[in-house]
Design a protein around this ligand. Structure first.
Ligand SMILES: *[C@@H]1O[C@H](CO)[C@@H](O)[C@H](O)[C@H]1NC(C)=O
Ligand SMILES: *[C@@H]1O[C@H](CO)[C@@H](O)[C@H](O)[C@H]1NC(C)=O
Length: 339
């Protein structure tokens, strides 16, 4: 089938580009989404590592995808730590569309998918996965999985149709280099250097290339918009940060944790093309575009409150950049890859 050919061709090493992780022309992104949303499942296993319950699905045509199951309804509010709670499956998909809108091309395609516990999973489940499934008190077959935080009493159960909803995320069979983020949180009450040193960016400039620093600032804006405060490390491929693991966004629409933007307001620099892209999505265009993209695949990706929150945070990004421009001048702030 065309779709299978396509997906295996473009996700293998054949796609050799410095511009993006996947082709973005001739409708390729839509074909990839369609394939990972609908292709027959040949094998299901627990994902080999990670902190959160995640399945690894082998599709017909040999493409692998991660499946992050839904843990919360869209209107569930995560209180407490910015990195708290289970991953939000809709945050993964929202992040993919947000990245497309911002023209960030280094992110694996992700889409909402529903899989049936008895039709799609059980017949092709590995023995290892079956060992992490339990019947709950009403006799439904549920999964607790295998991961750092997985607990037998914290299962994912099918809905009344026997289906589990989740984010289907294209699996990238590539070698990533992993780096610690200079702006990582301590995950305790201890303050990190970036939280106490106003000149922290100077130090980072001494360590990282201009390209990497500007890339980290793009990622900070992206994470701020969805409120993903959990990117303590980042993966690099072809000298580009790849946006993996975006499930910690959209936790609480009432909160804007501003320090996720620290790379931007501490360094006061930004890639000029990022600024252009940000300016183009003002006045509700960001929301409209993500809603339309989600609707194309039949999904609502966030509540109205979350869309409003993302728009509100976008205004804060504009204000931060304007503050920087006011302080240092446009030519010092907006960069074309060189500092
Ligand atoms: C599951 O059990 C652990 C202790 O093993 C407990 O800390 C946790 O709160 C329980 N989770 C739920 C949802 O009851
Ligand atoms: C068992 O799982 C089913 C399906 O998710 C759910 O409707 C039911 O309430 C659960 N029963 C118990 C006792 O948790």
């Amino acid at each position: 089938m065309l779709v299978f050919l396509m997906i295996s061709t473009i996700t293998s090493q054949h796609w050799n580009s410095e511009e993006s992780l996947f082709p973005h022309t001739n409708g390729a992104p839509g074909k990839i989404l369609h394939a990972i949303q609908t292709s027959q499942i040949a094998l299901v296993d627990n994902a080999p590592k990670g902190t959160q319950l995640k399945l690894l699905l082998l599709l017909e045509g040999k493409q692998k995808i991660y499946f992050k199951p839904k843990r919360y309804n869209l209107n569930h509010v995560i209180n407490g730590n910015i990195y708290g709670g289970f991953d939000r499956h809709n945050s993964e998909v929202f992040a993919y569309y947000l990245a497309m809108v911002l023209n960030f091309k280094w992110i694996p395609p992700s889409v909402i998918r529903r899989i049936h516990i008895h039709k799609d999973i059980v017949p092709v489940a590995t023995a290892g996965l079956k060992r992490t499934m339990v019947k709950n008190d009403s006799g439904s077959l549920c999964i607790y999985g295998k991961c750092f935080y997985c607990k037998i009493n914290e299962t994912v159960c099918p809905d009344s149709n026997g289906e589990i909803e989740g984010a289907a995320i294209l699996y990238l069979d590539r070698q990533f280099k992993i780096h610690k983020s200079p702006w990582r949180r301590s995950y305790s009450t201890r303050k990190m250097e970036w939280e106490t040193d106003n000149d922290f960016c100077k130090k980072v400039k001494g360590i990282l290339s201009a390209k990497r620093l500007l890339n980290l600032i793009d990622v900070a804006i992206f994470d701020f918009l969805i409120q993903n405060g959990d990117r303590h490390r980042y993966e690099v491929y072809k000298d580009q940060i790849v946006l993996l693991d975006n499930g910690k966004g959209l936790g609480n629409a009432m909160v804007d944790e501003l320090d996720i933007l620290a790379p931007l307001y501490q360094c006061c620099i930004l890639t000029a093309s990022t600024w252009q892209n940000l300016e183009m999505i003002s006045g509700g265009i960001l929301t409209d575009t993500i809603k339309k993209l989600g609707a194309l695949r039949g999904h609502t990706l966030a509540t109205e409150e979350h869309f409003k929150a993302v728009e509100r945070r976008l205004l804060k990004v504009y204000a931060t950049v304007q503050y920087c421009i006011g302080k240092h001048g446009r030519s010092k702030v907006l960069k074309n890859g060189f500092l």
